[in-house]
Design a protein around this ligand. Structure first.
Ligand SMILES: [Ca+2]
Length: 173
């Protein structure tokens, strides 16, 4: 294949999938894109606990600030589908795993989901069962790590015990 640059036929580096700094020194587009993506990935940090807890949660869930106050005895609660607690990180981070601290007054049939914001809201993990014990779940990692600047914990089914309780949640990179 021949590429014409300014009317001159060339078979230089533009045709190569990897950068080979020989004759013309032109970096193949794919290589340049890979380099930029690699740099961007380096600049997006994994979400760490202190940053997850830095900003108090906002939203429509009662006592929503309690979902990330680093205290498992303070409990947020939702009694209507769609109520949520939102945590804004103030920067783009990578999230990979989460765990929750429950409450024994749950029947166990309540469900919530975790959404993430990257310019638009998307579901990250759905159909998460409310936890019926007052201890931490093990960390669960959904299939996809994602980049985001905010998350929401949203009630999707209200527990027949009356409320979906979130004593604490931790989302990390
Ligand atoms: Ca709490």
């Amino acid at each position: 294949m021949t590429v014409y640059i300014n009317g001159v036929a060339t078979t230089g580096d533009m045709l190569k999938s990897t950068y080979d700094p020989d004759k013309d020194g032109i970096i193949a587009l794919a290589q340049l894109a890979a380099a930029v993506c690699s740099m961007t990935e380096t600049l997006v940090p994994d979400l760490f606990l202190e940053l997850f807890q830095k900003n108090a949660a906002t939203g429509t869930m009662s006592f929503r600030q309690r979902v990330n106050d680093n205290e498992t005895t303070t409990v947020a609660q939702a009694d209507a589908i769609g109520e949520y607690a939102e945590v804004d990180f103030g920067q783009t981070v990578k999230i990979s795993r989460y765990r929750q601290f429950g409450k024994t007054t749950h029947t166990g049939d309540g469900r919530f989901k975790i959404e993430y914001y990257d310019g638009a809201w998307h579901d990250w993990v759905t159909e998460i069962a409310v936890r019926t014990t007052e201890d931490w779940s093990t960390f669960a990692a959904p299939a996809a790590s994602v980049w985001c600047s905010k998350i929401r914990i949203t009630a999707t089914t209200i527990d027949t015990g009356g409320y979906n309780y979130i004593a604490e949640i931790e989302i990390l990179g």
